[in-house]
Design a protein around this ligand. Sequence first.
Ligand SMILES: [Zn+2]
Length: 258
Amino acid sequence: MIDSHCHLNYIEKSGAVADLVTNATDNGVHTIINIGTDLKSSEISVAYANQFDSVYAAVGIHPSDAKHSNDQVLAKIKQLTTEKKVVAVGEIGLDYYRDHSPRDVQRKVFKQQLEMAVELKLPIVIHTREAFDDTYEIVKEYAFDIPSGVFHCFPGTVEQAQKVFDLGFVISVGGIITYKNATMADVARAVPLEKIILETDAPFLTPVPYRGKTNRPALVKHVYQHLADLKQIDIAEVEKTVDRTVQKLFKLVETFGE
Ligand SMILES: [Zn+2]
């Protein structure tokens, strides 16, 4: 199993990162993609990837942090992408729910990083919240020149998911699919298994039966199990298909064949 989106740096307070990684491995999670949200967390993400075999890094500026971005910050992010285990630019996008950065600044920094992904030929990890239409319209301009991408913690409808697939991208779903009456679960049930990858977004959005506790990569197995239940298929089939999708998306060739 693969946790395709987590933030080990934010869980660190509640446990050493080495323990979290070991705990994940012990629970069948052989790969973890750690996601940056600003320059500092992107640097930490790369450090974890260098330290732990099973950890890979994405680097980027989250829309909430866009107000702190500038040419120098973006140059440093770009520099980080030259590190061996950096597999994507992310998370990048638009967040009109929290509005922590002015929307025009969010759009500017999003576009700058999409241009970076085009230039570097790297996949992207997209965050979008109450901003699907703007996110989609902007991504559409670049999608053809970007190898692939994922709309993480997908907040949209089945119709919006189809638009994402038409770009050649996939969606990621997490612990929310284990919650009662979750639209995300309906979407996950309705769309093809080949178009879905799974995540914890740890330390946030802890899946049932651990809801209320701090999330961690090992708990992604509950998301796998729940997707299997929604699709009424065996968890082994979910694991085989989903892991393959993640490996292709982020070009994790060294884990192929497992
Ligand atoms: Zn995240």
